[in-house]
Design a protein around this ligand. Sequence first.
Ligand code: NOJ
Length: 543
Amino acid sequence: MSDKWWKTTVVYQIYPRSFQDTNGDGIGDLRGIIRRLDYLQELGIGAIWLSPVYKSPNDDNGYDISDYRDIMDEFGTMADMDELIREADARGIKIVMDLVVNHTSDEHPWFIESRKSKDNPYRDYYIWRDPVNGDAPNGLRSTFSGSAWEFDEETGQYYLHLFSKRQPDLNWENPNVRQEVWDLMNFWLEKGVGGFRMDVIDLVGKIPDQEITGNGPKLHEYLQDMHRETFGRYDVMTVGETWGATPEIAKLYSNPERKELSMVFQFEHILLDQQEGKDKWDLKPLPVGELKRVLSKWQTELGDQGWNSLFWNNHDLPRIVSRWGDDGGLRVESAKMFAILLHLMKGTPYIYQGEEIGMTNCPISDISEAQDIETINMYRERLGWGYSREDILASINAKGRDNARTPMQWDDTPNAGFTTGTPWLRVNPNYKSINVAANLADPDSIFHCYRKLIALRQANPIVVWGSYELVEDVPEQLFLYVRRHEGRTWAVAANIGATPVSASVPRLGRSDNVIIANYGDRDGADFAALELKPYEAFAVELG
Ligand code: NOJ
């Protein structure tokens, strides 16, 4: 495969609302990101995926856009944005924009026009249908609870919204809509951005009348058109958010010959702790063996027809250290374990802000503390279905999106150095001990583990290009894999468990050459008699 810059880089996701406030309004801003670029350069990342910064009424924190060519008031101005692109570039960091074009805000001028009358020129920019027997056209449900159809009095029809009713879905079957999307993408490409993360892009080929939402028949045709009309002329990266992707589907998106996307986010591993056929709020314990099999399948099956995205976290997911690790006594060890396990795999790693210092979930005891629309809607719906308040709160504390959205913890000053005002979402009370300043000062911190992993990737082609083999004949909780490249062999071992684990794999021999480890006393590995402490992880060079 060709040597694209995004194959050797590590991407850092910023949720701007919660990153760094500079004007005391309690909301992060673009100047805050500029202020923290030196920190990101020290970490070693090569690109920032910027969650949406466009003009928005913030029904879904910026994922509801009312002007794709302007900046949200709270975040700053287009001049700030231009400066951010320039300043990031000066530090070797590209800005990857979040492209949210499955839907707009209901305050976007296209929708304001569209809902005015059935013969408005913008009517067909959205998906309008007549009532059926006085009710919604069909049973499609919104990700944010309830029907995906909203009745509009003005014209007596329903419009489709797969997310909130303030996020009407665009009608991609209309060529004018697609042209508008290409134009706005070109606007940003001309500004010099490093690419796009494409929000729920697998939904744009939907056929609502057949209740087909993901992976519609024209999806890949649209993406090939997009490639040709927009970013195909630029050296940028593109990553699609595709909840339903299997390796076979991922290859359709990311086989370079098909000229679609660089890579996709697949979510198979992320879905492993939810009950079969239910939704994200219906929890079950993580089946660790499945995690090994799923991640390994993705490592081996894409071959040279695709490229993996490697991630545990984003702004929609709970914090990994709280979710599958230990956010109490072994927080540092388990956070580093997940980092080592993932960052030595093949693909492009993504770090979500705060992950690099081991930020944790932030439980609530009452729904009034929640800010996220998905959480609030689900709470109301499940109360109506007869669920107990306690059960719903337990689901929210395990999976709710606010867990990842609490403000970035910079230091131990009030509000963790995030703002001098009142933060829009409360700061996690553990900021006095978990913060960037403390991490920078401690050479054994989680931050320095991430920094080292990024440096290892940059210095060692085996991490980027090496083959991957899962070692199968070991206990479930031990994730052991081998990478090989041009005569070098690395073994990576991670104990995904709170108890010690032992194993014997004599064929791997022994090594005194430790590349990275999360326990200070690890000075080698004898694979014939391997012993790992709780959440221990290391990589060694073999041979
Ligand atoms: C996926 C985004 O990551 C999420 O935050 C958002 O709510 C939905 N798409 C709708 O845009």
